[in-house]
Design a binder for this molecule. Structure first.
Ligand SMILES: [Zn+2]
Ligand SMILES: [Zn+2]
Ligand SMILES: [Zn+2]
Length: 387
C-alpha cells in the first residue's frame, strides 16, 4: 500500500563517520533499502530520506547494530522530534462526554470487538486528580485512529463522537534568550534577556525601561519578544504548520493521489461535500427530465409526421406543427415519381423550390409550414398524382 503521508526522515548521529562510509555500510548490509539522499546536517549528524516505509523501518531497526559492529562506535538513530510529535499526534483521539460509569476496560473491550488496535486508553483527570468526562485513546497507527474518528465510539446503543488530537503549531520559545526553536533548559546564551526592552541581565518584571515602548528581541519591532504579532514568531509558526501539513494524517492539504485506491481505506476516497451532492443530484435529475422530454418529443414528431403523410396521401387539409421527417417525405416522393415513371435521386433531399414543377412542396426541407402551404401542397400532390 502506498503511504498516505510523507515518510519521516531519520537522523543518524555517530562519533566519527563520513557520508561515504555511511552510504557504503547501507549498500553492503542493507541492499534492499532505498534512500533518496543522505544529507550531512551538522558535524557527526546525517539525515536519511527513505523512499518507502519498508526502507524506513529497516533503517530504524537495523542500522544502529550494523554501524556499531562494523565501525565499533556509538550511534543513535531517531526521527526528528518535531516530526515525531506529529506522528504521535496522528495516533491519538479524544472522546468527550463519556459518562463516568463507563470504565477504560469496557472501552478497551468494545474497541477490540470492533477490530480496532488501541495501545492505551486513559480517562483524563483535573488538577485535583478527579476523573473528567474525556477519554484519550492512543491507537497503534494513524489508520486505526482516522477510522475511529470518522465512525466515533459505539458502546451498545450509545454513540460518542470522537475527534483527532490537535496539532500544536506554536513555536517553542526560550525564556532566557527569547529566541525560537529551543527552551531555556537547553539555552546556550549566557545572559538573561529582557522580553520587554531586549536589554541584558534583567527580566520584564524588573525592567527599568517600562516608560518607553517595548522592543522585540527577535525583530526589533515595537512589541514584546513574546508577542504573537512578531514576524519571527509567525515565520516559525508557518514552518511548523508546513511540517504538520506534511506529516499529519488528517491534514487538509492536497496530496498527490495514490495511483491504486485501497477500497478498504475510507481515507483514500474523496469526500463530496453535501452541497456538491445536492448539485450532482439536481444535475442528474435535470438530464433525465431533458432526455425523457426529448424522447417524448421525438415520438410525437414521428407520429405527427406519419399522420401528416397519411393525410397528404388521402388529401386531407391538416395542420402540421413539427418539421417533417425528410426520409419519409423522400420515400413518398419516390413512390409518386415511380407512379409517374420518373426517378428521384436522393440528393434532392435538401433542394429547394427549383423544380417546383415536378413535385412541389415535397422534397423540400420544410421549416415553417403554414396550413395554407400544406393545403396547397396537398392539392399539388393530387394534381401531380392525377397526371
Ligand atoms: Zn535561549
Ligand atoms: Zn527590560
Ligand atoms: Zn518581534
Amino acid at each position: 500500500m502506498k503511504q498516505r503521508f510523507e515518510i519521516a526522515p531519520l537522523i543518524v548521529e555517530s562519533e566519527n563517520l563520513t557520508k561515504v562510509q555511511l552510504n557504503k555500510l547501507i549498500k553492503d548490509h542493507l541492499p534492499e533499502v532505498k534512500i533518496s539522499n543522505i544529507q550531512q546536517s551538522r558535524q557527526k549528524s546525517f539525515t536519511l530520506y527513505s523512499i518507502d516505509v519498508k526502507s524506513f523501518n529497516c533503517l530504524l531497526n537495523d542500522l544502529t547494530a550494523i554501524i556499531q559492529t562494523n565501525t565499533n562506535q556509538q550511534v543513535v538513530i531517531y526521527i526528528p522530534k518535531s516530526i515525531q510529535r506529529i506522528l504521535d499526534n496522528n495516533k491519538e483521539a479524544y472522546v468527550k462526554q463519556i459518562d463516568l460509569e463507563i470504565t477504560e476496560d469496557e472501552i478497551k473491550q468494545v474497541l477490540e470487538e470492533q477490530g480496532y488496535k488501541a495501545e492505551k486508553i486513559t480517562r483524563l483527570v483535573n488538577k485535583d486528580n478527579e476523573p473528567l468526562k474525556t477519554i484519550k485513546i492512543t491507537f497503534i497507527n494513524a489508520y486505526n485512529r482516522d477510522l475511529f474518528v470518522k465512525l466515533g465510539l459505539q458502546i451498545d446503543s450509545m454513540h460518542f463522537s470522537a475527534e483527532p488530537a490537535k496539532y500544536n503549531n506554536k513555536p517553542a520559545q526560550c525564556f532566557k534568550c527569547f529566541k525560537f526553536g529551543h527552551i531555556a533548559k537547553y539555552c546556550k546564551a549566557e545572559k538573561q534577556i529582557c522580553s520587554r526592552c531586549a536589554e541584558e541581565n534583567h527580566t520584564h518584571i524588573n525592567c527599568p525601561n517600562l516608560q518607553g515602548s517595548p522592543v522585540c528581541r527577535n525583530c526589533k519591532g515595537g512589541h514584546t519578544a513574546t508577542s504573537t504579532e512578531c514576524s519571527k514568531y509567525k515565520e516559525f509558526q508557518q514552518k511548523i504548520q508546513k511540517t504538520i501539513d506534511q506529516y499529519s494524517s488528517t491534514s487538509k492539504v492536497a496530496r498527490t493521489p495514490a495511483p491504486n485506491n485501497n477500497w478498504n481505506n475510507l481515507e483514500e476516497f474523496p469526500q463530496l461535500k453535501s452541497i456538491d451532492n445536492i448539485n450532482l443530484i439536481e444535475k442528474i435529475t435535470e438530464q433525465i427530465i431533458s432526455a425523457v422530454e426529448q424522447a417524448t418529443q421525438r415520438i410525437f414528431e414521428t407520429l405527427n409526421k406519419k399522420f401528416q403523410t397519411l393525410a397528404n396521401k388521402l388529401g386531407f387539409d391538416i395542420e402540421i406543427d413539427a418539421e417533417a421527417e425528410l426520409e419519409e417525405t423522400v420515400r413518398i416522393k419516390n413512390n409518386i415519381n415511380k407512379n409517374l415513371g420518373q426517378t428521384s435521386p436522393r440528393n434532392e433531399l435538401y433542394e429547394t423550390n427549383n423544380n417546383q414543377n415536378e413535385t412541389p412542396g415535397i422534397g423540400i426541407k420544410r421549416k415553417d409550414i403554414s396550413p395554407n402551404i400544406l393545403s396547397q401542397k396537398s392539392k399539388n400532390l393530387n394534381t401531380n398524382q392525377s397526371l
